[in-house]
Design a protein around this ligand. Sequence first.
Ligand code: GDP
Length: 292
Amino acid sequence: MFEGLQEKLSKAFKTLSGKGKITEKNIKEAIKIVKLSLLEADVNYKVVKEFIEDVKKKALGEKVLRSLTPDQMFIKILRDELIKLMGEKQPLKMIHSPSYIMMVGLQGSGKTTSAAKLANLLKKKGRKPYLVAADTYRPAAIDQLITLGKKIDVPVYCGDRKHPIKIVEEALKEVKDSGYDVVIFDTAGRLHIDNEMMNELVEIKEILSPDEILMVVDAMTGQDAVNSAKTFNEKLDVTGFVVTKMDGDARGGVILSIRYVTNKPVKFIGVGEKIEDLEEFYPERIASRILG
Ligand code: GDP
C-alpha cells in the first residue's frame, strides 16, 4: 500500500537531513517533491494546492519543536496535515433497531463483497446482521451474496430476484420482529452513473430512511472514483465511504481527496478479496503507511 508515494516522499525528507533548521530556502525542494509526489499519486489538484500551502505555513511558522531535527519536524507536519485532510475517524451509525445500511456504488467497485464483509465484521462484534440482495442489475450479484452469506452464516433475502423495490419492501417485512438488529442492503450499480440507477437508489433511500448510506469506491480508479463520489453524494447525501482495493497499488488519490471533495468520511477500507479483509478506517494508520 502506498509504496510508490512513500518512496518519493522519503526523497523530500532527505533534502532536509543534516540541516540546522527549516528555512524558506532549504524547504523549497522538499515542498516541490511533496507536491509532485501527491499529484503523481492522483490526489485532486485543489487538495494538493491547499495541503502544500498549509504545510509550508506550518513548517515556517513558530511552532517548530526544538527537540526535533528539521527532517523529523517536516515529517511530523506532513503527518498532522495528512490526518487533518482525511478527517477524524467516524464510527458506523446504528441508531435504530434494526438499523438499515444501504450500500451503493458503481459496478465492480466491490459493493457486494463489501456488504458481506461488513456483515461479517458486525457479526464478530456481536451484532445480528441480515443481508438483502437488491442488485438485480448485475446478473451474478445475487448468487454471489447468497454464497458469501452462507460462508459467514448470515441470511440473505433475495425475493423474486427481479424487482429491487419489491425486494426491499418485502425484506423489511421479513426482518420485522425477527431479532436481526442490522440490515445491509446491496443495491444495483452500473458501469457509469445513469438516471435509472440514481432514481432507484433515491426511491430505496426514501423507503428505508437508512442510518447509513455507504458508497463503495475502488481506490484503483483514482479521480474517477472521487468524481463519482461527488455525484452520488449530491444525489443521495451519502453518510460515508468504503474505499476498496487498498491492498493493490493504491496510489493515494482517493483516500486523500474524497473527504475534502465530498466532506463525508471514509468509514472502512477494503484490503483484500477475503471476507475478513475489511478494516475500520483510521486516518493515523494511513498517514503512517504513507510516511513509512
Ligand atoms: P460490485 O459489482 O461492486 O458488487 O463488485 P464485487 O463485490 O463483485 O467486487 C468486484 C471485484 O473486486 C471482485 O473480484 C472482488 O473480489 C474484488 N474486491 C472487492 N473488494 C476488494 C478489495 O478490497 N481488495 C481486492 N484486492 N479486491 C477486492
